[in-house]
Structures are given as structure tokens and as C-alpha cells.
Ligand binder design. Structure first.
Ligand code: ADP
Length: 480
């Protein structure tokens, strides 16, 4: 089974969020099931050192206004196809945004080019590698089926994976000509979305199957509160829609071997974890208190419900809790947390920015991780939390609902609880969840039992890899 993954990010090379972790991990997990995946992604500046040693396998004299080449290489156990198109990708700044914080004005061309190159590979452009199937990830790859239908009468089957339906890639349909998209695709069962050209919409309408990253999010996508206007299409395609829960890379996220933490530990030696807690407190200028040390590791956006956390902060602090925040994003939230640090010195600490090693120390040293998301397709930080014994306190939505077992009476009696869930996503419910967490923390045996259980919760990729493989086999035919 040869599978082409098409995505705009891939850890550890280039990452802005969970999508990258997934793209970096699934191909390796799939390899264990006998599949061979290659990941196509743009050759951003961060990938230049790899690109320089890679082998050119395809080129096009004009792809959205400049020359483009595909470069094949392997790194970190992943087979990559880098789309080298300097006019589109070789520029300073973030991968989606310029230094002014705005989307690059040519993002439509940049990611249509990715889809167009992937369509070429899908329809046989490479001499020695022809995928049996193309798996597109998020809107950046949504146009692959449209381009493939223009290049071949018999393209391979496709799977469109939704990591977050809030990002849809909507553009002016006048761009279609420039993007080399035939007019026939601009229909309700194609790329048209309320008069606009929708990259994700095109993928969702045209792919053979649709997956998303948790079973609960798959159900939520059919509801107006979560479907972001695409709920009708999701309901229409419900037979083709599957939720496959993400895993995490358990080699990278392993408290027994993690190079980024102050002291390594296992579920049998939780005492050494205290060193991480102390290191974390010191790093954030916190003083120990009677309650748990909560952390947040997140994009600071309304999706993540962190405005509610700001409102619940007086309560958290009044309960003797401590909070360490690592994140960046919306200016109002950044300044909100900075102000909280001033208001409650020693009780609230924040690092505004993106810091991968620090995120590991936070998972290893906090008591609980707060994730009050309004919606969460899967969420990874609660999975890291489980693995590190940092108990997740989460909104009951999407993948958060699927991965954390709430410490209600029945779950505690049955010894299965691994965290705290709350609903609805309101300040009052969050405050209540914080209180429940503090109560549990005040019972050291109960807390330690939950930690040990959380650390044993299966969070790897094995199960998801088997599910993806079964889906691929169903599409490609059992003979592969
Ligand atoms: P999303 O993809 O919506 O941002 P996920 O929970 O799926 O949310 O994935 C977020 C990923 O990004 C996790 O690996 C998390 O540890 C990481 N992350 C988020 N913010 C930061 C930050 N400020 N510093 C380091 N890592 C971060």
C-alpha cells in the first residue's frame, strides 16, 4: 500500500500545531502495518538544508508563476517529497503569515501549487513511485482531487482528513483561472462554497472518503455549532465520514527518556517528578501553594476557551491553585495573561511564545493541564498530559471527550478515572471543574492512583494506524 500524504506542515521540520505532529507520526506508524507513506510538503526555508541534499524527481517550468521541483529525501524516519518553488515558499516569516501577522496574500497560489504538484504525483508523474491512494490533510491539500480529475481519467482514490474545519481556505472564484482550475469544478458538489472558492469544501465534496481526528468530532461536524457551514455536506456524506483518534509519538513524549526535563521518571517512581515540578515553579517564578499546579500549553485563541480561564483565574488562585501558561496568539489573551502575572505574582506565571522543550518540562512538572476548548477536533496536549501523569481538566468536546475519563463517583469507584471533564463550556462550569480538581488533589492517594492510571492509558498510534490501513484497504482493494 503506497500512500501519498499531502500537508502543509510536518514535525519535527515545520510545525504550528497538532497537524504537524500527526503528519510526522502517522507515516511511521503506518510503516508498522506494511504501508509505505510519503509526505509531500512545501520546501520552506526551514527545510532548505534537507532540500539541498535531496534528489530531484520531477519538475515543472511554471507552477503558479515560477519554476517548481520535487525533491525526494528521507529524514527522521520519514520519506519526504519537498515541493521546491522559491517564488512561493522561500521567504522569511511564518509559514502562513507574513511579519505583519497577516496571511500571505498569495496563500491561495501557495497551497493550490502544493495540491497541483501532489495531483501530478498521484497521476503518475514519478518514474519509480506511484501511490495507490492520496490522503489530503486540511484545506491546504483540498484541491488535489480537482486537479487529478483534470490530469487523468483514472486517478487513484482519495481520503480527505479534517484536522480543524474552522480553517477552510476560502478565496475569490476569480482566482480559479490563475490557479489552473477548470470552471466545471465551481459547483455545489465541487469547490463552490456560498459563492466562494473553498479549498477544503472541494476536498470534502470530491474525496472518496473523509476522516477526522476523533469519533466525537466526526459527530459534532454534522451539527451547526461545529460544522462551520459545512454541516450539511457532512451530514450528506455521513456514510463516508469516519473519526480516527489521533495518537502521539510515544518515543518523543516519554517521561522515562525525555531529554528536555529536569528528572526522568516512570509511573513506579513518581517521587522524582517533584524535581520537574520545582524546576517548573522556578522557571515561571511561582511559589508553592496548597493546591495543584495547573498548566496551559496552547495557541491563545478563543477556540481554546482561554478567555474563560482568564475569567476563572480569581477562583483558581483563591483555591490555592497555581498556573503556568505557555502560549502565543491573540493579543488580548497575551496581554490578559501578562496582566494576571502582575496581579498574582508567585501564583500565576506566563511565557508568551512558542517553546517546544519548555512544553515538555511543563508536562513533566505540572499536576494538571487545563484545556477549556470550545471545540477540539482531537487535541494532543491532553494525551501528552496523560502520558506524563499531568491530569487533564478538559471541556467535554471532540477528542477531549474521547480521551479523558472524568473522575465522577462511578469512575472513581471503578478505578478508571484519568482526569476531569466539564460541560457546558462556561466560566461557571470551568470554576466547578477547578474546584473538583483541587478536591481530588487534596486526597494524595486518589490523585496518585489517577496519575498512574493516566500514564498507562494507551496513547500511541497503533490503533489509529490499523484503522487508517483498514480504510485504505477498503478503498484500494484487498489485493494490495
Ligand atoms: P492545535 O493543533 O489546535 O493547536 P493540539 O492540541 O492538537 O492543538 O496541538 C498543539 C500542539 O502544539 C501540541 O503539540 C502542543 O504541545 C504544541 N504547542 C502549542 N502551543 C505551544 C507553545 N506555545 N509552545 C510549545 N508547544 C506548543
Amino acid at each position: 500500500m503506497k500512500v501519498l500524504f499531502v500537508a502543509s506542515e510536518c514535525a519535527p521540520f515545520v510545525k504550528t500545531g497538532g497537524l504537524a505532529d500527526v503528519i510526522g507520526a502517522v507515516p511511521k506508524a503506518l510503516a508498522q502495518t506494511g504501508a509505505e507513506a510519503r509526505v509531500m510538503l512545501p520546501a520552506y526555508p526551514a527545510l532548505r538544508p534537507l532540500a539541498e541534499q535531496a534528489k530531484e524527481v520531477w519538475s515543472l517550468p511554471d507552477l503558479m508563476g515560477g519554476q517548481a521541483r520535487l525533491l525526494a529525501c528521507s529524514a527522521e524516519g520519514i520519506d519526504l517529497l519537498l515541493l521546491d518553488a522559491p517564488h512561493l515558499y522561500d521567504r522569511p516569516g511564518a509559514i502562513y503569515l507574513g511579519s505583519d501577522g497577516q496571511d500571505w496574500p498569495d496563500n491561495a497560489e501557495r497551497f493550490a501549487a502544493l495540491s497541483r504538484a501532489a495531483a501530478a504525483v498521484g497521476t503518475g508523474a514519478l518514474e519509480d513511485w506511484q501511490p495507490d491512494l492520496v490522503n489530503m490533510h486540511d484545506w491546504q491539500a483540498g484541491l488535489v482531487p480537482a486537479y487529478m480529475s483534470q490530469l487523468s481519467a483514472n486517478p487513484p482514490p482519495t481520503v480527505m482528513t479534517i484536522h480543524n474545519i474552522a480553517f477552510q481556505g476560502l478565496y475569490d472564484p476569480k482566482l480559479m483561472k490563475k490557479l489552473g482550475l477548470e470552471r466545471r469544478h465551481f459547483t455545489r458538489d465541487g469547490a463552490e462554497f456560498w459563492g466562494q472558492l473553498g479549498f477544503l469544501k472541494a476536498g470534502l465534496a470530491m474525496a472518496d472518503r473523509i476522516t477526522t481526528v476523533s469519533p466525537t468530532y466526526a459527530r459534532e461536524l454534522m451539527l451547526p455549532e461545529f460544522g462551520m457551514g459545512l454541516e450539511g455536506l457532512m451530514r450528506y456524506r455521513r456514510q463516508d465520514l469516519t473519526g480516527i483518534l489521533n495518537g502521539i509519538d510515544t518515543d518523543v513524549w516519554n517521561p522515562a527518556t525525555d531529554p528536555h526535563i529536569a528528572a526522568r521518571y516512570t509511573s513506579r517512581g513518581l517521587r522524582s517528578r517533584q524535581k520537574n515540578r520545582r524546576a517548573l515553579m522556578k522557571r515561571f517564578g511561582l511559589e508553592d501553594g496548597p493546591g495543584p499546579l495547573f498548566c496551559v500549553i496552547s495557541r491563545l485563541t478563543t477556540q481554546k476557551g482561554l478567555d474563560l480561564l482568564l475569567e476563572a483565574l480569581p477562583w483558581l488562585v483563591s483555591q490555592g491553585g497555581r498556573l503556568a501558561v505557555l502560549g502565543s496568539g491573540d493579543r488580548a489573551l497575551e496581554t490578559g495573561f501578562a496582566a494576571a502575572v502582575h496581579k498574582w505574582p508567585g501564583a500565576v506565571g506566563a511565557v508568551i511564545g512558542y517553546d517546544e522543550p519548555l512544553s515538555h518540562l511543563m508536562q513533566a512538572g505540572s499536576d494538571a493541564i487545563l484545556i477549556p476548548s470550545r471545540f477540539e477536533p482531537c487535541g494532543l496536549t491532553q494525551l501528552y498530559g496523560l502520558r506524563y501523569g499531568t491530569l487533564p481538566v478538559v471541556a467535554r468536546t471532540g477528542g477531549l471527550a474521547d480521551t479523558v475519563i472524568d473522575a465522577n463517583e462511578a469512575a472513581l469507584a471503578a478505578n478508571v478515572a484519568t482526569g476531569v471533564q466539564f460541560a457546558p463550556v462556561t466560566t461557571a462550569a470551568l470554576e466547578d471543574a477547578i474546584s473538583r480538581t483541587c478536591d481530588l488533589f487534596a486526597q494524595p492517594d486518589v490523585w496518585a492512583g489517577m496519575m498512574r492510571r493516566a500514564m498507562k492509558h494507551p496513547v500511541g498510534w497503533d490503533s489509529a494506524a490499523n484503522d487508517y490501513m483498514a480504510l485504505y484497504r477498503g478503498l484500494v482493494g484487498a489485493e494490495t
